[in-house]
Design a protein around this ligand. Structure first.
Ligand SMILES: NC(=O)c1ccc[n+]([C@@H]2O[C@H](COP(=O)([O-])OP(=O)(O)OC[C@H]3O[C@@H](n4cnc5c(N)ncnc54)[C@H](OP(=O)(O)O)[C@@H]3O)[C@@H](O)[C@H]2O)c1
Length: 289
């Protein structure tokens, strides 16, 4: 299993870190413990993580400012990938923010809050439905992003919460280096897409790799974990790392103990029989599993 991937123009370790939960509950507001949030970020980078996923709509602005406080000046190899295309309502709701002005403002906000002159990766987070990817043209907002890229504010562009049709449309507008969609052991709608992107050298960054707000629960996962003397979360991450070489998981945690547990998933070699059992989990969801 390869342990690195060329992400844009940088080589990253395949297991990264998702910073969303460092903002308060629901990724809205300040963290309960500011110093603990800084510690998690420093531990992650200290342990070799060089891909952090964030957005200025976490908080809003809270997570990016924590990243800056904890890690700036950044190590040369660190890729900070952010997302634009949404804003937060006063009650924490997630609202689309796709106008030219909103997108440009979001890029400038990210630059300022992260303390960067150029954003390494910006994902256009598409939001045509509250229930996952939905068809609709992304030409107008992606054209704005491509212009901001030409101005030197963005190095690489990715897409999030998108369909294969939208990715094909996007490829005609600019180079797409990554796709960030919901995917894990139990949610495998993107299986064919992942293989297609792997053939093109495009990173697939699964969000909710551990199940997100509803952590993965499966008797098969627990049984396999027990048999390997590992935890279910480690097995879920090891399964993703084995699934395809372009998968770059970004598990999120506010806990140093969970961070260490998750990072050691790279040392877990899944035997073929365990992988076969885990491959059946998605099919069994909704039955006894
Ligand atoms: N593009 C998008 O639309 C989108 C949407 C959602 C998320 N994201 C990105 O994807 C990243 C990952 O998603 P996510 O953080 O929501 O979901 P996740 O990584 O699947 O799960 C995170 C949850 O699992 C818990 N957890 C983490 N490690 C654990 C462990 N070893 N044992 C037990 N529980 C553990 C965390 O709680 P503790 O804090 O207690 O560890 C947290 O509640 C986010 O941080 C964000 O950057 C993107």
């Amino acid at each position: 299993m390869t342990s690195t991937f060329t992400f844009g123009d940088r080589t990253v370790k395949r297991l990264g870190y998702g910073a969303m939960h460092l903002a308060g509950p629901g990724a809205f507001g300040p963290p309960k413990d500011h110093d603990a949030a800084l510690t998690v970020l420093r531990e992650a980078v200290g342990a070799g993580v060089n891909h952090i996923d964030t957005s200025d709509f976490y908080g809003p602005h809270v997570t990016n400012r924590l990243i800056r406080e904890a890690l700036h000046p950044y190590p040369d190899d660190l890729v900070i990938a952010t997302k634009i295309g949404a804003r937060r309502g006063a009650n924490g709701s997630w609202l689309p923010a796709f106008s030219r002005e909103e997108l440009a403002q979001a890029v400038h906000d990210n630059l300022r809050n992260l303390g960067l002159d150029e954003l390494h990766v910006v994902n256009l987070r598409v939001m045509f439905s509250a229930h996952g990817p939905a068809e609709g043209s992304i030409e107008a907002p992606l054209t704005v992003l491509a212009e901001l890229q030409r101005q030197g504010l963005i190095r690489h562009i990715g897409l999030s919460n998108v369909t294969p049709t939208q990715i094909a449309e996007g490829r005609k507008i600019c180079k797409i280096v990554c796709v960030q969609n919901h995917y894990n052991l139990a949610h495998r709608i993107d299986d064919a897409l992942i293989d297609d992107l792997a053939g093109r050298g495009v990173a697939y960054v699964p969000f909710f790799p551990l199940g997100g707000f509803t952590p993965l629960q499966s008797s098969t996962l627990s049984d396999v974990a027990r048999s390997l003397d590992a935890t279910p979360m480690q097995v879920a991450l090891a399964w993703l790392l084995r699934r395809a070489p372009n998968i770059l998981p970004i598990p999120g945690t506010t806990s140093v103990a969970h961070l260490r547990e998750n990072l050691s998933a790279t040392e877990l070699d899944l035997p073929d029989e365990a992988t076969a059992l885990l491959n059946g989990v998605a099919a069994n969801i909704g039955s006894s599993d």
